[in-house]
Design a protein around this ligand. Structure first.
Ligand SMILES: Cc1cc2nc3c(=O)[nH]c(=O)nc-3n(C[C@H](O)[C@H](O)[C@H](O)COP(=O)(O)O)c2cc1C
Length: 327
């Protein structure tokens, strides 16, 4: 059990949120994270429709009695029907990313759900606070999937957000272990969100080749596509990704890029393992991923690491202590 403002607000026992994961975050993964003490989430916007969301929510509730969330990415399709479904089902936590949550915030809060908003900068964080969000999640440049446009890393972004807003801040982007969890808490965050690390777990339905590629990759190997059209996103390298980057270098424009960045190429790569012919989201944190544990093993290990990290610092200021050595 770790206690922070986040665990109190959400009714969880470890301050770790599983981020939205397009085509990957269904009931099994969400329930595994919630059962392990974190906050699991279903990703709504890559489901076929409200009926499927209703079924996923019912399945999570069969698999866990703990709190869970539903994640909505804006900017792809209208979310109204899906959101209505989640609110009718009285989902305890809703997270929103990729756009302005203003049209939805009042309804979400009135339903009794906690609203979490993902941001990549101060302006969006202040807006989320104004709208009544319970939590702001700041996603740094290291992260997997879609990023902010400012190229600011997680450590700096977290401190800047804490500077700018009073609402609790969660750190995200480039985080995978308990040492980093302790560091995020030391910065003043109330918890962390992880995306890529949860793809490399037993409960995630990602294709084995995708998981294997996460194990093999290092911190300097991911690439950022879609920057030329104003929506940068971090991916694993592949022949297809290099073709996208070539087109972007030639300033091909959105029309020519669309056939290369369409969702089906992501789904096929993610679920069928056609990595070279498509693209998969992944963060720089792949350099810290060396195994595919169960979610419970991962969260247990992270808590133990965070405890070691915190204890290691206890004697930092003691008179006569030999001083910290590298771990
Ligand atoms: C495979 C994958 C799919 C993602 N899909 C979504 C999504 O549908 N909605 C969302 O809010 N964020 C999405 N993200 C972002 C994550 O929720 C999280 O914010 C990000 O991965 C944090 O950085 P990390 O990968 O370094 O942990 C995705 C990330 C990955 C790696």
């Amino acid at each position: 059990m770790m206690r922070t403002e986040l665990t109190r607000l959400l009714g969880i026992s470890r301050p770790i949120i599983q981020g939205g994961l397009a085509y990957l975050a269904y009931a099994e993964l969400a329930a595994a994270v919630s059962n392990a003490g974190g906050l699991g989430q279903i990703t709504a916007t890559t489901l076929a429709g409200p009926k499927e969301l209703e079924e996923e929510i019912a399945r999570v509730r069969r698999l866990t009695s703990r709190p869970f969330g539903v994640n909505f990415a804006l900017g792809h399709h209208p979310i109204d029907d899906l959101l209505n479904e989640a609110l009718q089902a009285r989902v305890p936590v809703i997270s929103i990313t990729g756009g302005n949550p203003a049209p939805y915030a009042d309804r979400i809060i009135a339903s009794g759900a906690r609203l979490m908003v993902l941001v990549a900068g101060v302006r969006a964080a202040k807006k989320a606070e104004e709208l009544g969000a319970s939590v702001v999640i700041g996603v740094g440049f290291e992260g997997g999937g879609h990023l902010g446009r400012d190229d600011v890393g997680t450590m700096l972004l977290t401190r800047r957000l804490l500077d700018a807003v009073n609402v609790p801040v969660v750190a995200s982007g480039g985080l995978a272990d308990g040492w980093q969890l302790a560091a995020a808490l030391a910065l003043g965050a109330v918890g962390i969100e992880m995306g890529t690390r949860f793809v490399a777990t037993q409960e995630c339905i990602a294709h084995e080749r995708y998981k294997q590629a996460l194990l093999e990759g290092d911190i300097n190997e991911t690439l950022v596509i879609e920057r030329s059209i104003g929506r940068p996103a971090r991916v694993l390298p592949s022949a297809h990704v290099r073709a996208i980057l070539n087109l972007e270098q030639q300033e091909a424009g959105v029309e020519k890029l669309l056939p290369y960045i369409r969702g089906e190429l992501n789904v096929q790569a993610v679920l069928q393992g056609h990595l070279e012919d498509g693209f998969v989201w992944a963060g720089q944190v792949i350099g810290l991923i060396h195994d595919i544990p169960t979610v419970a093993q991962l969260l247990q290990r992270m808590e133990a690491e965070a405890e070691v990290a915190c204890k290691r610092l206890t004697h930092l200021f003691d008179e006569g202590s030999p001083g910290l050595a590298s771990e």
